[in-house]
Design a protein around this ligand. Sequence first.
Ligand code: SF4
Ligand code: SF4
Length: 211
Amino acid sequence: MRYVPIEDDAANLLERAARIGKITQLVELLELVEEKQVSIDELIERLKAGKPWELQPRIEEIESKVSELKVIAVDHGEWKRDGCKHYDGTKCTHYSYKKEPSAIFKTVKAKDIWRVVVKEQPEYCGFCPSYKDKVEVDIGSRLSVIANFAARKRDGCKHYDGTKCTLWQYEEQPSNIFKTVKDGKVWRVMVKDQPEYCASCLRYEEREEKK
Ligand code: SF4
Ligand code: SF4
């Protein structure tokens, strides 16, 4: 490090100060230089980097918060990315850009759009609100298998009249997910459209003659 008497470089530094409009701050800095608390090289480096001395602690604090956030985003992002149905093993297939983004994220061209390579940048997923669990697809297909089995059970049950279940009844219209129909004073479930209702029923009784 090189320390110089203030008078040697004062004109040079004041010229820099005038250029960036920070004369007051620079005068204080010059005093630090004069007291040899700061080297002239350090000061010039900071001026070149556009980081006025007084802002440095704040900048360091912000940089540290950004790094902490990145660690969290990567951690959560990896988990989200790997469970998301929009992740194809390389990129996010949900978000796209019409022009190549000049942003910080690495992208890949797919036909005439750009997509983010989340394989290498899980932090992109960390802040994403469009995560969709890929297990949903499996649940959907499993429900469909259950509904198919349940439909066979329903069709073989003597309590099915072709529209509703004539065994189970509700005194008040249920507010749950099953569609019902009024039958006299009670409500019955339309198992024709909802065979899954029969899936876990313990009161199935085989009809003598199948429909
Ligand atoms: S979490 Fe968001 S950014 Fe990541 S793959 Fe899914 S949709 Fe794309
Ligand atoms: S299986 Fe159960 S719910 Fe389905 S029609 Fe028969 S009795 Fe009703």
